[in-house]
Design a protein around this ligand. Sequence first.
Ligand code: GTR
Length: 327
Amino acid sequence: MKFLTTTLAGLLASAALATAAAAECEMTLRSSDTHPDGYPTVEGVKAMAEEVKEKTEGRICIEVFPSAQLGEEKDTIEQTQFGVIDMVRASFGTFNDIVPVTQLFSLPYLFRSEEHMHNVLDGPIGEEVGAKFEEHDLVALAYYDGGARSFYNSQKPIESIEDLAGMKFRVMQNDVFVDMMDALGANATPMPYGEVYSAIQTGVIDGAENNYPSYDSSGHAEVAKYFTLDQHLMVPELVAVSKMTWDKLSPEDQEIMREAARNSADLQRQLWADQEAASEEKVVEAGSEVIKEIDKTPFIEAMVPVYEKYVTTPEDQDLVKRIQETE
Ligand code: GTR
């Protein structure tokens, strides 16, 4: 009898707890990121989660799954389109096959600086591009910083465009990056981010390209010591939510999500600047050889055929022109 009472009491208690937990989060949104905990993009979405939770009085919770726990970036974008995952933070580069306009934002040397990129994305062009995601079952919420991407490899210091000849580099899985490598005289191997470390280690590829924080946090710096600051790509990072999830939210909750995402972008950009400096210092201390003195002109000039191939319609030409003309 005592056992029964205790069990019943236990059951009642756990039922009460379950109700309390449910009342706490009526909806839990799962958000994916390829980067580990502590990385600026992960911390950005976590800050957004806190604000959403606070402003909805605990009704809407966002749970961030870092380190590609929910899958590689491209797969998680597709899962977000289908509503299997609610949110994803990913590079525009990985959206190229899915939302074609992102390809224009993945053109080498399009953005002159981070400030230029902010001015483009925080203005009407950013709104216009964001709206295009809806046609593909995604809602764009915020643009994050991803700095500039540069080449690194395990073989030799790259001091000029000629040094790239015949070398094999991993690129994000899209044709624009394959064509970029062709134009530079190197070979591209598109593959998911999570496979790059061992591909360099085993010599399947000579290197890859990314920003300092990714080069550092992925461990690529351990296996590819030569980093050349050619800054050929500056690709925006996006926080997006599944249209299926979005449509379940009230207009008020949608506005809370939008505002929290916007605020998280401000924080992420600060965290980004700090992390870029910290990662640079860390990889140099750990023995990476960073080549900063590099003439970018031949790299920029080599991109002409890439622009010719991808900027073809009058609409695309106009968009690229407007981006270039933005201060
Ligand atoms: C990082 C970016 C990731 C991912 C990765 C890659 O800079 O933050 O979203 O795109 O690069 O190269 O796959």
